[in-house]
Design a protein around this ligand. Structure first.
Ligand code: ASP
Length: 467
């Protein structure tokens, strides 16, 4: 019997995403406070959080219970998928990096790869901030902003902003401490706490150590790590089977809760950020890919689109990492020793989208408070944003927390983040896609300059005919 051709993975995810946007928008527009009231719920926030008191709600109807159940079910599906991805992230990095480095047998090549990777990460981040700052100066999204809307936004989000500011201060670390933190005190703690840079460091050292002992002794261990890597990649493929449904669930939640009025009020600012991200993805990256790696952009985009779509839906480079690695290795042809080094490092320190966003946000807040930034102050923003984006954790909303440090570096009012908090999640989705695309771009360039991309030996999930 002829095998039926299965719809490619990126298409199924895209369909899940489009349906999620549609359903989320419908809920957003049709379900409001009055709908809740008609089901007997006077305090929806408390009802959803499960903290409502008897007195707050008049007898919740069946509709209220059904809506709550569907909401929990939806959140469960999304969280289940993210948890499965997080579950795979540490083993995939550990096993594949040890196996990759041990079989590389060349510490000089490793040094070269490291230097090129860091060079590309730093320069693309600097380009991203520059694009953001230039755009924000050209568009001036904060100029002539309606004063009433400004006060409304500050009033609505000041409590949430306060919490972010506290976290931002708690996260601030000196450069010395950050550098020292690369080395785990205990590799097992690093694994248990998902400290990605520390895991990369430990895996590199073990891989190097393995390559220095007699082959007779290292071979079985390297084969073990290789076998474990192959097994974990299979698990990624299994997890990806639920990706379209999970993406639907994740997007519905975000779009249903999106404050459309706030989005409209901050349209100019949001468009500036999205425009900047588009310039990075569709102009800067293709240019670097072609000139340094000779990789055609269309093929690159097709290979990594599942990772981009997942990054968009989850707002987390860390959760997307297993899929990013799978896409780069199995759909793009980046060798394992390259991708397992470049990508976890990138997910942790290379955040072009976040840097661009922080640059635009800082200028926007300055314009909102009528602060005229000098060239020196703008250069300070470029420098602190580079550091802040490196220190940003690869999880949702981390970028706005680190923005506190950028604002403080030039004396801008940190309370200003209340102004942009309402659209942070949607911009987080966009900037995380850019972050992941940037990591994949560097992996492709390093891969093609370090021995070339290999022909795609193991077809990606979607190319498997159904059995
Ligand atoms: N969510 C982003 C990421 O995981 C970080 C940020 O908040 O900018 O890449």
């Amino acid at each position: 019997m002829m095998a039926k051709k299965r719809l490619a993975l990126h298409w199924t995810i895209l369909i899940g995403l489009a349906l999620g946007v549609g359903v989320g928008l419908a809920i957003n527009l049709m379900w409001d406070e009055s709908t809740w009231a008609s089901t007997g719920i006077d305090n929806p926030q408390a009802w959803i959080a499960g903290t409502s008191l008897e007195s707050e709600n008049t007898a919740p109807s069946f509709g209220a219970h059904a809506a709550l159940f569907l909401r929990h079910l939806n959140a469960f599906v999304g969280d289940l998928f993210l948890r499965l991805l997080r579950f795979i992230a540490v083993p995939i990095v550990l096993f594949s990096l040890i196996a990759g480095v041990a079989s590389l047998n060349d510490t000089r090549a490793l040094g070269r790869m490291g230097t090129k990777t860091l060079g590309l990460y730093l320069s693309t981040t600097a380009i991203a901030i520059t694009v953001g700052i230039v755009l924000a100066n050209l568009v001036s999204p904060g100029a002539n902003f309606n004063e009433e809307t400004k006060q409304y936004l500050i009033g609505k989000y000041s409590t949430d902003a306060g919490a972010k500011i506290v976290t931002g201060h708690a996260n601030a670390k000196s450069g010395w401490d950050a550098a020292l933190d690369i080395i785990p005190k205990n590799p097992f703690t690093a694994l248990a706490e998902t400290q990605m840079i520390q895991i990369v460091f430990a895996a590199l050292l073990i891989g190097i150590g393995l390559s220095m002992i007699p082959k007779k002794e290292s071979d079985p261990i390297v084969r073990f790590f290789q076998g474990m890597t192959d097994a974990v990649i299979k698990v990624v493929h299994i997890v990806l089977l639920i990706a379209p449904i999970a993406v639907f669930a994740l997007i519905v939640e975000q779009i249903a809760d999106l404050g459309l009025d706030v989005l409209a009020a901050l349209a100019k600012y949001s468009i500036t950020v999205v425009l900047g991200l588009a310039i990075m993805i569709f102009a800067v990256y293709p240019l670097i890919l072609r000139s340094l790696g000779g990789v055609p952009f269309a093929a690159f985009l097709r290979a990594i689109s599942p990772a981009q779509l997942l990054a968009f839906s989850s707002s987390s480079s860390a959760a997307t990492l297993p899929v990013t690695m799978d896409c780069c290795e199995n759909r793009l042809g980046v060798k394992e020793e390259v991708s397992s080094f470049v990508l976890p490092l990138g997910a942790t320190i290379n955040m072009d989208g976040t840097a661009l966003y922080q640059g635009v946000a800082a200028i926007f807040i300055a314009q909102m408070f009528a602060v005229d930034l000098s060239i020196m102050q703008q250069i300070t923003i470029v420098l602190t944003t580079t550091v802040a984006s490196i220190g940003t954790a690869a999880v949702p909303s981390a970028g706005i927390v680190m923005l506190v440090i950028v604002l403080e570096s030039v004396g801008l009012p940190v309370e200003g983040i209340a102004l942009i908090l309402g659209v942070d999640r949607i911009l987080d989705m966009c900037r995380t896609s850019c972050n992941v695309t940037g990591d994949c771009m560097v992996a492709a360039v390093i891969g093609s300059t370090e021995g070339g991309l290999h022909p795609v030996v193991e077809p990606a999930l979607d190319e498997h005919p159904p059995t």
